[in-house]
Design a protein around this ligand. Structure first.
Ligand SMILES: [Zn+2]
Length: 374
């Protein structure tokens, strides 16, 4: 599976045209691997008459059997036995069901250069030590969610001096302690070192609104940053417009807009999407995105809204090469952003009505039967 390492180690982060051959090669190898090692994926590929050799150009990516995230939530399917895994994570499962995704060592090895390159490019990596306030869960052995792991990982981009977690487990349940976080921020605003606030956007919004009501107005040290991860989750209806959030951040914490990074990713597609200086997500060279018509599943042209289909040859332990999300989105040409990054911009619009996803999940389930993976 050297083609995967070549793509992740040698690519320039946003050079889609220059990485096309390497990407297609890695995708073909990855599909062949899953067909060989995952009986459920093999059944799906045979059912759709797919073979990896059919992927010769970007236009052929639509032929790869796409598995809906909803399917991963109902079935644990893997392409590697448990003993060969590096670790396993779960999605946060707000509705009670969650995906189980197994990571292999080769995947971790491929992720490292991607995360370092993009971290440097987007100003996340810094040699200056920082204090961290995490608006998320304190990691422990019982918590295997991808978002907890991601937030913990983000506390290493600048050497950590301290970590404060807002969600602590008490007697088996997580209890948010926003007042404790406010006290911690007040104390840290007097530190000579920068503060990095990591968390779900919704928690940041609620926390800042509360601080504003309390009359708190801080000036966190220079080079402090906000890193938003995990999306809005169950708070979609409360999603505020980004400019309102940024002006609240400036008012309450004294952090300017250009020190706010937002990340996007999914346990089934752990690609490190970062916002550019205009706060937009460009597609990195390690992934390709198709926007599909919710009814016909045919790929839509740029500018049209549909279901987001994420494609990457990153993982061998789980057949996540093409994942059909339950999010709606639209792609725009990179030049429309104006930040200088040429690869297309992904706008995530929200969650698709459940009926649409159930339809494609049912289609895959029919092909796969109800069998469990290895
Ligand atoms: Zn941009």
């Amino acid at each position: 599976m050297l083609s995967r390492q070549k793509l992740f180690w040698l690519s320039r982060p946003y050079d889609l045209a220059g990485t096309e051959r390497a990407f297609l090669r890695a995708v073909r190898d990855n599909c062949a691997y899953h067909i060989r090692h995952c009986p459920a994926y093999r059944t799906l590929a045979e059912g759709e008459g797919f073979s990896p050799e059919q992927v010769r150009a970007v236009e052929d990516l639509k032929r790869i059997p796409a598995i809906p995230t909803l399917y991963f939530k109902r079935h644990a399917i893997f392409s590697m036995p448990r003993w060969r895994r590096c670790f396993e994570v779960t999605s946060s499962g707000t509705s009670g069901s969650f995906s189980r995704i197994r990571f292999d060592w080769g995947c971790v090895l491929a992720e490292a250069p991607m995360v370092i390159r993009l971290g440097l490019l987007h100003g996340l990596a810094s040699p200056v030590p920082a204090h961290y306030v995490v608006l998320g869960y304190r990691p422990d052995r019982k918590n295997t969610t991808g978002v907890t792991r991601t937030m913990w990982g983000l506390t290493w981009f600048a050497p950590p001096l301290s970590r404060h977690f807002v969600l602590e487990r008490r007697e088996g349940v997580y209890v948010p302690d926003l007042e404790g976080a406010v006290r911690a921020l007040e104390k840290l605003s007097r530190s000579p070192f920068p503060v990095r606030l990591i968390g779900f956007p919704s928690y940041l919004w609620f926390g800042l609104t509360k601080m504003k009501e309390m009359g708190v107005s801080l000036k966190l040290p220079a080079r402090s940053r906000i890193i938003l991860a995990g999306g809005w989750k169950q708070h979609y209806q409360e999603e505020v417009e980004k400019p309102r959030l940024y002006s609240l951040v400036k008012k309450v914490l004294g952090i300017p807009e250009d020190h706010i990074n937002e990340l996007f990713g999914a346990v089934e597609h752990p690609i490190f999407y970062n916002t550019c200086r205009n706060h937009r997500f460009h597609v990195p060279a390690y992934a390709r995105i198709l926007i599909r018509d919710p009814r016909t599943l045919e790929p839509l042209p740029m500018g049209e809204t549909g279901i987001i289909n994420l494609i990457s040859p990153l993982m061998c332990a789980t057949p996540t090469v093409s994942v059909m999300t339950d999010d709606l989105g639209v792609l725009e040409p990179g030049a429309s952003c104006g930040c200088g990054i040429a690869s297309p911009v992904l706008n995530i619009i929200g969650r698709v009505g459940l009926a649409g996803v159930t339809t494609c999940a049912a289609g895959a389930a029919q092909l796969l039967g109800e069998e469990e993976g290895l």
